[in-house]
Ligand binder design. Structure first.
Ligand code: DC
Length: 247
């Protein structure tokens, strides 16, 4: 069963409060490199605007977790793609943030594990998996037309006609420090130098891959958050979206 075509209902969990409050479409995309703070910013921005939030990284992580569960080597691209085409991938939009279910299983507890993170990064370079997930994301965009969506290809590939597009960036060492702070806050050990190396490696791999490479999309507002606090970033983005909608 193809996730995007055969089961439209997977993504439809009824209208949200916001969809009933107003129906004019509003798609806001946030692209950018690893550690630029896309995810937390996107989630907070969505809440500030009163619209839905889509974490597309969770979808890549979910496919990675499912491949690991099925005993498939993430490097075996055809086998992983065959699996991805079979999976039922759905969010429960009644939760905040929406909870990812794969074949009926809540995957939340696995998504941030190191093996899943590493497999997701391999799987993200798999063209057929990207096709499946891009299609699924566009479908979600139809079901949830008032949406803040984040991921490295949202404005460039998935929603080129988005209402407002942002590209969040920050210096690599700042991103490494933020990631280390996050890990420490979660009670985990963090080697900032090693994280910086990983970030540089991921940047290089993400920008050079042929499918959905990391680029600043056409017409995107590029925002360097290196010297900005989290609150300042959210405030600026909220302001820019309101400006764009009013204008
Ligand atoms: O943003 P994240 O770390 O949760 O993403 C997990 C992996 O998926 C990461 O390797 C980047 C990749 N990804 C992608 O290629 N395209 C997206 N739209 C979202 C994530």
């Amino acid at each position: 069963m193809s996730l995007a075509t055969s089961h439209p209902g997977h993504y439809s969990v009824g209208p949200t409060m916001n969809q009933t409050a107003t129906t004019s479409p509003l798609i806001v995309t946030i692209d950018g490199p690893a550690g630029a703070g896309k995810s937390t910013v996107a989630r907070t921005l969505a809440a500030a605007l009163g619209v839905d939030f889509l974490d597309t990284g969770a979808m890549y992580r979910g496919v990675a977790a499912a491949a690991i569960n099925a005993g498939i080597d993430p490097e075996k691209s055809e086998a992983v793609a065959d699996l991805a085409e079979q999976l039922r991938i759905k969010f429960n939009w009644d939760s905040d943030p929406p909870v990812l279910h794969i074949d009926g299983l809540d995957m939340t507890h696995r998504l941030r594990d190191a093996d899943v993170t590493s497999a997701a990064s391999v799987i993200a370079a798999n063209g057929r998996v990207r096709q499946v997930l891009v299609r699924a994301q566009r479908w979600i965009g139809k079901q949830h037309p008032r949406l803040v969506t984040e991921g490295r290809d949202q404005g460039s590939v998935v929603f080129p006609d988005a209402t407002v597009k942002f590209y969040l960036d920050a210096a690599a060492d700042v991103r490494a420090r933020r990631r280390a702070d996050q890990l420490r806050a979660a009670g985990r050990a963090a080697d900032e130098r090693k994280i910086l190396e990983q970030i540089r490696y991921r940047d290089q791999r993400d920008s050079s891959r042929s499918d959905g490479p990391l680029i600043c999309p056409d017409n995107a507002q590029r925002i360097d958050t290196s010297d900005m606090s989290f609150d300042e970033v959210v405030e600026l983005l909220t302001h820019r979206v309101r400006e764009a909608v009013a204008g």
